[in-house]
Design a protein around this ligand. Structure first.
Ligand code: PGA
Length: 254
């Protein structure tokens, strides 16, 4: 586990962008796993900048997203399809036929999930998987209690997630109650993991993830068992760590 604590969200995003860009330069046919949420937004802006200003070429890259809400059409502004096209894919030269995002309107979800796993395998597996982390330690929509060996499947959203999401929807009937998510076992098969976290809101989850025991109650702790996991966090997300000095932060924990 390589842990880097970086001063600010901006510098953290720059470091993460460097790693993704380096992967794409080194292997233009890379398979990259993408995440949604607020944390990677700046990382994606910086990748767009790399593409515009330095010609970072995504034309041969294949992408797989971690998750998607069930029941939301891809054009819905809360769908993760919409998020990815708005925040990244519309602005780079990725080939749309190389983009994979779970299909929240699939008729047969179990069949779709099995197909998604097959597509990852057919692409040769994921070279680099970008990850965020929930304040409760979730990875993608693998909420606490998810099997650490799980594969891509449908999950029921927690009551809290459903409530939190309600504010984004004019029509209460559209608030998703289920999501399709890669499993923890699926995520663990990526060659490299790149987990980004920012802000004090994530400090406890980061502490559990890096210093706690591996447990399904904090799915992100599984990164401890991955041979090439790279965790990049800003100083605020590092405030609860006991071993901060080990990660280059000198001041003692209060
Ligand atoms: P956030 O979400 O980046 O919006 O905090 C991360 C997550 O819940 O996985």
């Amino acid at each position: 586990m390589l842990v880097e604590v970086i001063d600010t969200y901006e510098l953290m995003s720059q470091r993460a962008a460097e790693i993704v860009a380096e992967q794409v330069h080194r292997k233009p046919t890379s398979v990259i796993g993408f995440a949604t949420g607020s944390t990677p937004k700046r990382l994606y802006e910086l990748l767009i900048q790399e593409h515009d200003e330095r010609g970072l070429d995504f034309s041969k890259v294949t992408t797989f997203n971690l998750d998607e809400y069930v029941g939301l059409p891809p054009k819905h502004d809360q769908s993760y399809h919409y998020y990815m096209w708005e925040n990244l894919f519309n602005h780079i030269d990725v080939n749309p036929s190389n983009v994979h995002i779970p299909h929240g309107m699939a008729d047969d979800i179990d069949h779709f999930c099995a197909w998604y796993e097959e597509q990852i395998e057919a692409a040769g597996g994921i070279d680099l998987q970008i990850l965020g982390i929930g304040a409760n330690g979730h990875l993608a929509f693998n909420e606490p209690g998810s099997s650490l060996g799980s594969r891509t499947r449908i999950k029921t959203l927690t009551e809290k997630t459903v409530k939190d999401n309600a504010r984004f929807f004019d029509d209460p009937d559209m608030v998703p109650e289920y999501a399709i998510t890669m499993g923890i076992g699926t995520i663990m098969e990526a060659d490299r993991l790149l987990l980004v976290a920012s802000g004090e809101r994530k400090a406890q989850a980061i502490r559990n993830t890096l210093e706690g025991p591996v447990t399904a109650m904090c799915p992100a702790t599984i990164v401890q068992l991955h041979q090439h996991s790279h965790i990049i966090i800003d100083k605020d997300a590092a405030t609860a760590l006991d071993y901060r000095h080990h990660h280059g932060i000198a001041e003692p924990k209060e």
